[in-house]
Design a protein. Structure first.
Length: 221
């Protein structure tokens, strides 16, 4: 499957989101970080803002929910227009029920794991998901240092999906930049979130293409 680039608007200009989204329309997904100040110690945006972003975005919206009670909220984000909804396993009471609700609403189901959460917790229920997000920083803030110790989880997931023939997407999020992109792709990731690397660059669209080129090169090695 082709590598997908997903710029995170966490590092965009929150007073000019439509402008900044349009700037990266050469990417594949728009990664929108929803934080509730409970599951993580930061607060960003919620349903009404995501709904408008989905309306104006030229890219499908990849909602990353860092919130409590995803059993209730995750389907609401699918209804609001997110094409892909990622909720955290650590916050979920019934992850399989959430995944089925998301798919029933026509969204892609996706589950995220914090750096300290073992991957075996999703291996038995992998077919319920279109994507697994392996966090490569502690969730909550952009601009943090990449954690290479999370890579064995990516590899274990890729091996499990390959063994069963599942076309699973594996997303990585946090500290993805020119110096880490080969590492994540070689481990088996194929959806790359980048916030500060893209929106901190002088030319965000060119940075998307530079990261994509490095990722493609690593995937053919
Ligand atoms: O989910 C997130 C933080 O919890 C963001 O998507 C992530 O941090 C992107 O930012 P950067 O690329 O700057 O690390
Ligand atoms: Fe994110």
């Amino acid at each position: 499957m082709a590598i997908q680039m997903a710029p995170s608007i966490l590092s965009a200009d929150f007073a000019n989101l439509e402008r900044d989204i349009t700037t990266v329309s050469n990417a594949d997904w728009l990664h929108v970080d929803v934080m509730d100040a409970h599951f993580v110690p930061n607060l960003t945006l919620g349903l009404p803002v995501l709904e408008r972003l989905a309306e104006v975005s030229p890219l499908p919206v990849d909602a990353h929910l860092m919130i409590e009670d995803p059993d209730h909220w995750a389907p609401r984000y699918a209804e609001a227009g997110a094409t892909s909804v990622t909720f955290h396993l650590e916050a979920a009471a019934d992850p399989v029920a959430i995944a089925r609700d998301l798919r029933a609403l026509g969204a892609r189901s996706s589950v995220a794991l914090k750096p300290g959460t073992p991957v075996d917790q999703v291996l038995d229920i992998l077919t319920e998901f279109d994507m697994v997000l392996i966090m490569t920083v502690e969730p909550g803030f952009g601009g943090q240092a990449f954690m290479p110790e999370t890579m064995p989880k990516v590899t274990a997931l890729r091996e499990a999906a390959t063994a069963s023939g599942q076309a699973l997407r594996i997303e990585v999020d946090g500290g993805v930049a020119r110096d880490t992109v080969a590492t994540v792709v070689e481990a088996g990731a194929d959806v790359l979130v980048a916030g500060s690397a893209v929106f901190g660059a002088e030319d965000p669209a060119a940075e998307v293409e530079a990261l994509r080129a490095l990722a493609e090169e690593a995937s053919h090695r």
